[in-house]
Design a protein around this ligand. Structure first.
Ligand SMILES: [Zn+2]
Length: 187
């Protein structure tokens, strides 16, 4: 019997402090839509935790529409409602009428630039701790992870798990709508 692929991706959920209150094997849509207690804010993304400096991967074929090289955490004064993503990348996928964008936050380095055409599984940067977290976006990121958002239009976010089929494998053929994890999985 073939061994099942083990995926060392885990999810975690941030609440009002930097405390990680849930961690475990990555299992589907957990992490999307979770409310920050006591606020009206929800985490409309999935967090994929891995080691600092590991590769961040494009979830599907597309074109880079944003490659934000500045850790925005450093741009604004303490207490300001900061832009949370730090160094981040956005990739536009799909055709004109069904396009959407994947956004990868908290990267340490970027290896693509705006306008680049990327393939699924291509390394787009490395995973880091830039940006901020929490409902007020004022807590530095302490645990390396990639914060993955999918959205249409300007910021109409939806659950990435609607499209994600699992780990990227170079020898597999995927349909355009099938997206893969933004991190490497370990066999
Ligand atoms: Zn997140």
């Amino acid at each position: 019997m073939m061994p099942l692929t083990k995926c060392f991706v885990i999810f975690f959920i941030y609440f009002t402090s930097s405390q990680v209150i849930a961690a475990g094997p990555f299992k589907g849509p957990a992490g999307y839509g979770d409310a920050f207690p006591g606020t009206r804010y929800k985490h409309l993304a999935l967090d994929f935790m891995t080691n600092f400096g590991e590769s961040a991967l494009a979830t599907g074929d597309g074109v880079v529409v944003e490659a934000h090289e500045v850790d925005t955490r450093d741009e604004l004064p303490v207490g300001h409602r900061m832009q949370p993503y730090g160094k981040y990348i956005e990739i536009k996928h799909g055709s004109f009428f069904s396009s959407f964008i994947s956004r990868y936050g908290h990267l340490d380095t970027l290896s693509v630039k705006k306008g680049d055409i990327v393939k699924r599984g291509q390394v787009i940067g490395t995973i880091g701790t830039t940006g901020t977290q929490g409902p007020m976006r004022n807590i530095p990121v302490s645990i390396p992870h990639v914060h993955l958002e999918f959205f249409r239009g300007t910021d109409n976010r939806f659950n990435p798990m609607e499209y994600i089929v699992g780990c990227f494998k170079a020898d597999t053929t995927y349909a355009e709508k099938q997206h893969t994890y933004p991190v490497n999985c370990v066999e």
